[in-house]
Design a binder for this molecule. Structure first.
Ligand code: GTP
Ligand code: MG
Length: 302
């Protein structure tokens, strides 16, 4: 399956639950009136676009319809995808990992897909010729390092791990030293899942990041928060609190294939001002894609 087809099939549920209904809505109306906007509002809220973002989309839509003198409801669909694209385009979605080595730290609450995402990222970056080293910073469970080990083998990259219960900071320190010694391009650090409301656990993350800053001053560093797209608007709160303690540089939305509420991507782009850098659309190693707003909108509306 090609890149775009994979995205399309991953977004199938959101397409069925949201965009297909939008199409039905537009074709059911013969003129553009308040009732049409109200029904559209309902569909946006149901797709987890969030209240504020929905209002922003509707305002933009009303303004465009007025400015362009559009009277055919079927033409509103094109305007809708334009307005959504504008919101998704406000942030720079590109990864900044140009120094050798650079570091990606992956954080998030339990079970959102951090380790799987790291495995897919390792596959992606080794695939484009980078020498990748994984750091098994989740020392909370023995199974966590084993899980990452399996991904390291799949992606054919190296891994640094310690025993269960070890200090995650020590793992990260070793991984950074190994990366320097072995000439790695990219270190990707796994971390244990943690609740954004637990202060001491958030402080542990801040410490990991301080170690990286101290050992690799000036290196490019991405702090990515993984969010499970099926959790809906709670993702917005997670992003806020993780950002406060770690200074996030990006978001990764996983499990988009499992939800009809992919509209949460639009909500996050609008409310967070933190760019979405990758999206996960399945459990296989090729199911992670850099987030490209035009492709995302096209996969939803085409
Ligand atoms: N359908 C689907 N499943 C996913 C995706 N990403 C991850 N998963 C699944 O989500 C489950 C949890 O993934 P993990 O990568 O172990 O999550 P984690 O955040 O590392 O979990 P903890 O380390 O326990 O906090 C696994 O069964 C993954 O296969 C995705 O994009 N789509
Ligand atoms: Mg994990």
């Amino acid at each position: 399956m090609g890149f775009f087809d994979r995205l399309k099939s991953g977004l199938k549920k959101t397409k069925e639950g949201f965009s297909d209904r939008v199409n039905t809505l537009f074709s059911a109306f013969t003129k553009i009136d308040e009732e049409l906007f109200e029904e559209l509002e309902e569909l946006l809220i149901m797709a987890d676009v969030g209240f504020e973002t929905t209002e922003r989309i509707l305002d933009g839509l009303r303004a465009n319809v007025k400015k362009k003198g559009i009277t055919d409801p079927n033409l509103v669909k094109h305007e809708l995808s334009d307005v959504i694209c504008d919101i998704l385009d406000e942030n720079d979605n590109s990864m900044r990992i140009d120094t050798k080595p650079s570091v990606i730290v992956v954080v998030g609450v339990n079970g959102v897909g951090k380790t799987t995402t790291i495995g897919k990222m390792a596959t992606y970056y080794t695939g484009i010729g980078k020498k990748v080293l994984l750091a098994a910073g989740d020392t909370f469970r023995a199974a966590a390092a084993e899980q990452l080990d399996i991904w390291a083998k799949r992606a054919e990259c190296e891994i640094i791990k310690h025993n269960e219960g070890a200090d995650p900071g020590a793992v990260i320190f070793d991984a950074v030293s190994a990366a320097k010694n072995r000439g790695a391009d990219l270190v990707i650090c796994d971390t244990a899942g943690r609740l954004h409301t637990k202060k001491n656990l958030m402080e542990e993350l801040a410490k990991i990041i301080r170690i990286i800053d101290r050992e690799l001053p000036g290196a490019d560093k991405e702090i990515l928060l993984v969010l499970d797209a099926t959790t809906g608007q709670n993702a917005v709160q997670q992003a806020k609190l993780f950002d406060q303690s770690t200074g996030l540089t990006g978001l990764v939305l996983t499990k988009l294939d499992g939800t009809a509420k992919g509209g949460v991507v639009i909500s996050l782009c609008n409310s967070q001002k933190i760019p979405v850098k990758f999206i996960g659309v399945g459990e296989q190693k090729d199911d992670l894609q850099p987030f490209v707003s035009q492709d995302f909108v096209a996969a939803l509306f085409e």
